[in-house]
Design a protein. Sequence first.
Length: 285
Amino acid sequence: MQTISQEQAIEAMPLQGAEQTRFWRDTRFKGMECLSATFITHEFAPHAHDTFSIGAIEAGSQISTIKGERSQTGPGDLYLINPDEVHDGHPGNDGYRYRMIYPTVELVVEVLEDVTGRTFQGTPSFSRQWLTAPELAAAFHRAHRTLEGKVGALEADEGMFSFLATLFQRHGSTIILPPRTRESSAVHRVRDYLLANYSTDVGLDELAKVAGLSRAHLIRAFRKEFHITPHAFLTDKRVREAKTLLRQGWSAADTAYHCGFADQAHFTRHFKARTGVTPGAFRTG
């Protein structure tokens, strides 16, 4: 009689019923944010993270666009998204079940220095956003489940540490930034302006003056450079700032006001569209 692995059994499980999410932070890995979720209809709006976004599909498929490139992924595929890289995602076919971790750059550097025994020079990154590697994806799922299941500390530590070390040793690289053009410099000024004034009601005319470009030219150039519109970038910045405040214990109402959202309902809608969970679930995770 042929036996099947735990991963094969999970992949075969039907994706039916209500959407489910579980979010938590793991103190053993510098408070690394973790997510396990089943999405049937939920669609992620374009967004980015301050951290890496690493994950894999357990069952079903997801269609996502990362840095303007679109792909459909399923079991055996890994997401390798660098900090600040814009991406979205929505269900393919009947939905998907997946697991994600959001390690900081500092955590990754610490792991690499531990493995190599020397100081890491530069900034770690991935040169590709998707990777088909069934064995590595299975190792990730096993490590993630040990964190979620709150098993013994050594088992959980060893599994996730080994996965991160192997992943970056095999597929990591170092960021090399290309020289900026005049247009690129203009939209970077706009980006920096939005980062500094995210809580205010910024207008398009205001941004066009900062860039020294027409309004239409600004929108086109900004999307070309960052794969997102100025308004979507501003909303995402507000959500990212809100995550920081919620982690510090701020209420959802105070966070919404501080970050420039019109009201708490507006804030909740945009927050869930970019994180997959409500502000309340994120705050207590």
